[in-house]
Design a protein around this ligand. Structure first.
Ligand code: ATP
Ligand code: MG
Ligand code: MG
Length: 424
């Protein structure tokens, strides 16, 4: 992808925006961009520099993202809403073309990494609560104040607020920002050693992901501490590349599969409440370490149909009016509101799942389900808003019971094992 129209190749100590920003090390990458830790000599602080690919469609996408990020920054001058702040943006011309660059506040590891570093066991509920509060304040701001739907909420798109001094990366020998290109041959010097180590580390981590798409990067807080308990869990919502204003929607198919709301699958129209569905999926995943819905296509049924079946197995039958109300309803449901090609559902309610499979105490499981279930209402307009969630007893509970999980070593007997699919 480092060719005309693609990524801009960056070397450590490269300068941007007339010398204001100096590249330090790569933080991550995505389909659209590479993201670099950079030192801002104007403010003497570290920032994240997102350098977009240069082809026309990427420029378009970046202009939109800058638009959304600008309104987010304008509405929150004190930066207290748990949403990423855009600091600056500019164009940078390189051998592959002209790249739009976004300067963002520097944040830490994603929630996906947090889940992974906790070995997919799930976080203590008081940490889940803390993270949920931040996301809800962020969502309330986006939805109520700005009219923006994020439309791609998932653990990768929520980053922890870094507490680490980026200059003290253990992989770097320097303790102060790199302001000039390191001396000597760049291919044989310190830089390539660091890069080799970074690459090795990235390869190892990628091997662990097992099919989940995520670029590496992050601040390294987690790798340094290795204990979730010691981590301050303030976090922020990032990646507004797919966000839209509720009254200016452009995409029909939104959201990453596992976090997608039923009305999106049925093409029944959508609004802010799609983010609330994803939010509830994230909360479950934080508490258990597992994705809630992992649909797969099979013999005689599609991934969409499996997804709808999984939802109903957990949440009960979809009301007929809703099941038959979308533009694609006829592909999936008969006129009675039953799935055409998946006839037998194995119902398994959320509180039971949390108790049986994830070993939450009965009390914790019931309180957590009481918080989550309204967010999984099949009727989008009935889902609580972010503001309403912030008032909920579960979010505001302060007691932290010592034994949140009664039996850590229990054998997993998951929903997926109980699932029966009968093709037609
Ligand atoms: P996608 O394919 O997900 O749309 P993208 O090209 O739009 O990717 P982002 O998701 O914004 O790029 O960023 C890519 C990666 O860079 C993130 O997953 C994260 O690891 C890192 N990153 C992004 N923004 C920051 C930041 N502000 N601070 C620290 N790291 C960041
Ligand atoms: Mg992303
Ligand atoms: Mg993006």
């Amino acid at each position: 992808s480092y060719r005309k129209g693609g990524y801009h190749a960056v070397r450590i100590a490269d300068q941007f925006a007339g010398g204001r920003y100096i590249a330090q090390r790569k933080l991550g990458w995505g389909q659209f961009s590479t993201v670099w830790l950079a030192y801002d000599i104007k403010t003497s602080s570290y920032v994240a520099l997102k350098i977009q690919k240069s082809a026309a469609q990427f420029v378009q996408a970046a202009l939109h993202e800058i638009d959304v990020l600008s309104s987010i920054a304008d509405g929150d001058p004190s930066n207290s809403k748990f949403v990423i702040q855009l600091i600056d943006h500019f164009k940078h011309t390189g051998p592959n073309g002209q790249h739009l660059c976004m300067v963002l506040e520097f944040l830490g590891d994603s929630l996906l990494r947090l889940i992974r570093y906790n070995r997919y066991k799930g976080l203590p509920l008081n940490k889940v609560r803390e993270i949920c509060k931040c996301i809800l304040i962020g969502l309330d701001y986006l939805h109520t104040d700005l009219g923006i739907i994020h439309s791609d909420l998932k653990p990768e798109n929520i980053l922890l607020c870094s507490t680490m001094d980026p200059a003290k990366d253990p992989l770097r020998s320097e303790q102060s920002p790199i302001l000039e290109r390191p001396e000597g041959n760049i291919n044989g010097g310190v830089t390539s050693l660091i890069e080799k180590r970074l690459k090795r580390r990235a390869r190892k981590a990628v091997a662990k992901i097992s099919g989940r798409r995520e670029s590496m990067g992050g601040s390294g807080d987690l790798e340094n501490s290795r204990r979730v308990d010691g981590i301050d869990v303030k976090c922020k919502i990032v990646d507004f590349g797919n966000a839209c204003w509720a009254d200016k929607q452009f995409a029909e198919e939104i959201q990453t599969r596992q976090y997608r709301a039923p009305e999106v699958i049925l093409k029944a129209g959508y609004s802010f409440s799609v983010d609330m569905w994803s939010f509830a999926c994230i909360a479950f995943e934080l508490a258990t370490g597992d994705m809630l819905f992992t649909p797969k296509g099979g013999q005689g049924f599609s991934e969409d149909e499996d997804h709808l079946a999984l939802m109903m197995e957990l949440l009960g039958k979809m009301p007929r009016k809703i099941a038959t109300g979308g533009a694609l309803s006829k592909d999936f449901f008969d006129r009675h509101g039953d799935l055409k090609r998946i006839r037998r559902l194995k119902f398994f309610p959320l509180d039971k799942l949390l108790i049986d499979k994830y070993k939450l105490s009965v009390k914790d499981a019931q309180e957590f389900s009481e918080f989550l279930l309204p967010l999984f209402d099949f009727a989008p307009e009935k889902r609580p808003t972010a503001r309403q969630c912030l008032q909920h007893a579960w979010v505001n509970c302060t007691e932290s019971p010592p034994n949140e999980k009664e039996n850590e070593s229990a054998v997993n007997v998951g929903m997926s094992n109980l699932k029966i699919r009968v093709g037609k």
